[in-house]
Design a protein around this ligand. Sequence first.
Ligand SMILES: [Zn+2]
Length: 118
Amino acid sequence: MTENKREDDLGKTQELFDFLQGKVPEGYRIPESEMPKLTADQAWTVVWYLGNLYWQVPDYIERCDVCGDLFDSNSEGTCLDYGDAPYDFCGACEDGEDAEEKRRSPENPEQDSDDASP
Ligand SMILES: [Zn+2]
């Protein structure tokens, strides 16, 4: 049991280490321009930092695609998940023009439309 967890820890840390150097993990699609491309030494500094200071980053913290601020999606904001990638809006931006435009997009499955989507 403990041995398995150790191997798992090694595997996950290796994946993160590789990810930080530009290797997309299996099952994920991340645009090339959004992939980190650190050197092995820089990647290791991030892994070391997470391990020593704060390993778990909660997945409900999101980054607003309008203003770039981080926010707690459990207490504010909206995510419009369609098109090329999900779009997150913090509480301050969710009623803004960008969010309205994204909601009106023909790609939005919640948009009223008689067209049958593929
Ligand atoms: Zn924002």
